[in-house]
Write a protein that binds this ligand. Structure first.
Ligand code: WT7
Length: 635
């Protein structure tokens, strides 16, 4: 594989400049040299950034699983594709070879077809981090079904909303899932969700925890007997470059989650290219990304990116603190992991513990360590660098989004000198720009602005499922002709980027992207609540935590406040999931609002942070007096 790997900073700049001057030629060569196509493209890219219309590799025909599995079989059939490390360290790890992966994916593809799933149908996958999750994702792609993986921590109503939005026909789930010392009853959550989802005809259930479940006659079936009876081969569906590959929901600034749609060829080219360049994967390496496949990181850098490169990828079912705080390091030692990719929130939570938990294990196999999901603060960066990377493995601080499909800004290991808290430079082919308040592009260095991307890249999402207008409004309207990321960034004197955080109503809690609007919607459904506003505030471990300002209805006024807080959090937990619970709840008599009724979150954010220095102009407020009241009663 070639992918333009660069070996020096000088080469990087050369390739970068070339990629910008001739983006079509750049991507054409990468796509041409590294994949198996049924038919190549007539045109590399066609786009209208005003209309949010982007197509890559027009009329090419391909199947991504042929590229992830089949083409490796002659050379790497017996190589381990997936190492499964179970939640319980006493349970034996599984090594699944590329040959075995082929068998398992094709059998699963045949099972799905037997259940009536056809190209274009949506399949919901609600599974714990077990091999069946990757296998089902790939089986969908094999037959051209659109997978919609829902993180197995979402509640029944959040699952139902996602299933309904994309009208899934079939659900693949498990009896339960293990997470540390807890068992999560996934099947009963699905049962509750499906009460509201008429579109689902079938549910296939993986046995993992042997929990007692109810199986609905005619709808639910155990998966294993179907797999046992299935044929272990399958001719992959021929997919057009722009046929949908998957939908993945992410939070937005209104209550409804956004089903980001990724298509086939561009996503394939982009994840393969970024994986190879950022993790420097070499043939005998063992690569481990600790994310969940329920998030984009897992899609792109546990499943697709690594397998497209014929890599060995670890799937870890557990959590960093079980059975103790040494688990990550024990797994690295055990499987001789060479590339390790995790999130700042995990790093911070482990950095709080005694460093002996790390130093006890042999981490000498590590070559590159990565960070993703939110800005990594300086202290966590140094702890990671000193104790895990031992100052010899570069940290790749990778900035990207569900919408971008793959990594956009990141150091290239051993090429780009790292700088704590900086994602550094864009990958060749990626054109970030900073925009000022007057919506002009800022050319200089040592500046801050809103981060936009001014030229399409193959991995970008193509639309929001069922709502192209919203796609256009959210990402392509604020800065016409450019993709707006929703992030603010700083560019230093040498052109390095540092992402400073969201500039919209999204808060990143423990690396999870949470829209404040859906949480407010859930809170407002509580019978005692009149209105609410949620903001993020800095938190040592989670990066950000949530602070809720809540106005009670008259009827709620004399309720016990502590009980109310508990109820509100339980309500959030069952509507969205435990990750969205509030750390602090302050009951207030009003919220600062503009004359047009928009809540001034900027002020609430400052109060939550404890920064009373400068609220900016409050004269446009309808009710300026409320600011002092809220400030004085801050928790
Ligand atoms: C948002 C996207 C990227 C996959 C996981 C999250 C923040 C992500 C970084 C980073 C600073 C980062 C941004 C971005 N973010 N990576 N390295 N440095 N911020 O995907 O849920 O779509 O969230 O995560 O704010 O917009 P996501």
């Amino acid at each position: 594989m070639s992918y333009y790997q660069v070996k020096s900073l000088e080469q990087y700049f050369k390739h970068y400049n070339k990629s910008i001057r001739e983006p079509r030629k750049f991507w054409d060569k990468i796509a041409d040299e590294n994949f198996t196509w049924y038919q190549k493209w007539d045109k590399v890219v066609e786009f209208d950034m005003q209309e949010a219309d982007v197509k890559w590799f027009l009329n090419a025909k391909v199947n991504i699983t042929k590229n992830c599995i089949d083409r490796h079989l002659s050379k790497r059939g017996d190589k381990t594709a997936i190492i499964f490390e179970p939640n319980d360290p006493k349970e034996e790890a599984q090594h699944i070879t590329y040959n075995e992966l082929y068998d398992r994916v094709t059998k699963m593809a045949n099972v799905l077809k037997d259940q009536g799933i056809k190209k274009g149908d949506r399949v919901c996958i609600y599974l714990p981090m077990i091999p069946e999750l990757a296998v089902t994702v790939l089986a969908c792609a094999r037959i051209g079904a659109v997978h919609s993986v829902i993180f197995a921590g979402f509640s029944a109503s959040a699952v139902a909303a996602r299933i309904l939005d994309s009208q899934c026909k079939l659900v693949v789930t498990a009896d339960g899932g293990y997470r540390g010392n807890k068992t999560i009853e996934l099947k009963s959550i699905i049962d509750e969700a499906l009460e509201k989802c008429d579109c689902v005809e079938k549910t296939l259930v993986v046995k993992r925890t042997n929990s007692t479940v109810t199986m609905k006659e005619g709808r639910d079936e155990w998966l294993q007997p179907l797999l046992d009876a299935a044929q272990p081969n399958h001719v992959a569906e021929i997919m057009d470059a722009e046929d949908p590959l998957f939908i993945l929901y992410t939070s937005g600034s209104t209550g409804k989650p956004k089903g980001m749609l990724h298509t086939t060829a561009g996503y394939m080219v982009y994840t393969a290219y970024t994986f190879k360049n950022i993790f420097n994967y070499e043939e005998n390496d063992v690569y481990w990304c600790t994310a969940d496949i329920g998030w984009i990181t897992g899609h792109s850098y546990i499943v697709y990116g690594p397998l497209l490169n014929g890599a060995t990828t670890v799937i870890f079912e557990g959590v960093p603190s079980y059975p103790d705080f040494g688990r990550f390091w024990e797994v690295i030692d055990k499987h001789k992991v060479t590339q390790f990719y995790t999130a700042p929130t995990a790093i911070r939570s482990l950095a709080k513990e005694n460093w002996e938990w790390v130093d006890k294990y042999n981490l000498s196999s590590l070559k590159i360590i990565g960070s993703v999901g939110e800005p990594i603060n300086e202290e966590a960066w140094h702890w990671y660098n000193d104790h895990v990377g031992k100052k010899k493995s570069p940290i790749v601080d990778t900035w990207w989004q569900t919408e971008t499909g793959g990594i956009m800004i990141s150091p290239i290991p051993f090429v780009t000198p790292t700088k704590p808290t900086y994602a550094t430079l864009p990958l060749p082919g990626v054109q970030p720009v900073l925009m000022d308040e007057r919506r002009n592009e800022i050319e200089d260095n040592q500046v801050v602005g809103s981060l936009c991307i001014k030229f399409p890249w193959p991995g970008m999402a193509r639309t929001i499922w069922g709502d192209h207008q919203r796609f256009k409004e959210t990402y392509f309207t604020a800065y016409p002709g450019k993709y707006f990321t929703g992030d603010g960034a700083l560019r230093d004197e040498v052109g390095y980027y540092r992402i400073t955080g969201r500039v919209d109503d999204v808060v990143i809690v423990s690396g999870h992207n949470l829209g404040t609007a859906p949480i407010e919607d859930a809170i407002n459904e509580h019978p005692a609540v009149a209105e609410s506003a949620i903001v993020g505030f800095p938190h040592d471990v989670k990066g950000n935590a949530l602070y809720g300002f809540i106005i009670l209805k008259e009827s709620g006024e004399d309720r016990n406040r502590e009980n109310l807080k508990k109820e509100i959090n339980e309500h959030i937990s069952s509507h969205i999931g435990p990750i969205a619970k509030l750390d602090k709840i302050q009951f207030v008599s009003g919220l600062p609002k503009t004359r047009s009724g928009k809540i001034m979150r900027r002020i609430l954010r400052k109060i939550a942070e404890g920064d009373f220095s400068n609220f900016g102009d409050t004269t446009t407020l309808l009710n300026p007096e409320i600011v002092d009241e809220i400030k004085n009663e801050r928790l």
